[in-house]
Design a protein around this ligand. Structure first.
Ligand code: MRU
Ligand code: ZN
Length: 204
């Protein structure tokens, strides 16, 4: 698929995310890989539900450099870390849903375990509800370069798959292209809502 088609698909995904209420105010940031050395990422501070193609900036993966006078997402360093880490990643979606924000605080350990749900099969490679899907949770930080280093270091003992949560902040997920990243986002959000409701009901 050409880059223009991927950007069109990403724009549609951003509008859909806005309608879902997963990027309230100016929360969230989204990107697609652009060749081997760049990505196209949302400009900082925009309402992600009403973006146009002009709101995406071409950023160099190695340096994080963006066009003069424009400010890429405050969380660009997490996107560039993911593209550099795994050449299979073609699109990254970061959202601030209520469920991901709350569940990442309710679960106090460093891992959210999802098991027993048919919808786990919405995640590429998952074939049964009997397996366990592990979503890492990292403590939130405003120091993005240090946070990116920490997440990168964690992959030495536990490779990243599908996405990670930032505690009290939201979800960052990805796929080989926008369509797969979007499916992972929708699947994970469904699973987070189920897990939160299960915990609420079983606590009574
Ligand atoms: C509503 S502010 C949230 C930001 O601090 C950040 O977490 C976020 O997701 C959006 O930042 P942005 O710089 O627009 O990409
Ligand atoms: Zn954020």
């Amino acid at each position: 698929m050409t880059e223009n088609l991927q950007l069109g698909a990403l724009l549609a995904a951003c509008h859909w995310i806005g309608q879902k209420g997963w990027s309230p105010a100016t929360g969230g940031n989204m990107s697609v890989r652009s060749g081997e050395e760049h990505c196209l990422i949302t400009e900082s501070g925009k309402d992600k539900g009403s973006l146009t193609a002009e709101d995406f900036l071409r950023v160099e993966l190695a340096s994080g450099r963006a066009p003069e006078g424009r400010r890429p997402s405050a969380e660009t360093g997490l996107h560039t870390m993911l593209y550099s880490l795994d050449p299979q990643i073609g699109a990254v979606l970061h959202t601030h849903s209520v469920n991901s924000t709350v569940l990442s605080r309710v679960e106090r350990s460093g891992t959210l375990v999802l098991e027993g749900y048919e919808m786990q099969k919405s995640l590429s490679g998952q074939t049964t509800h009997l397996d366990r899907v592990l979503i890492p949770i990292f403590d939130n930080s405003q120091e993005i370069p240090a946070l990116a280093d920490k997440i990168m270091a964690s992959t030495e003992h536990a490779p990243l798959q599908y996405g990670f949560l930032l505690r009290g902040h939201g979800l960052t997920c990805w796929g080989k292209d926008v369509a797969e990243a979007r499916r992972h986002l929708e699947g994970l959000e469904f699973l987070f809502q189920c897990e939160l409701q299960r915990r609420l009901l079983e606590a009574k």
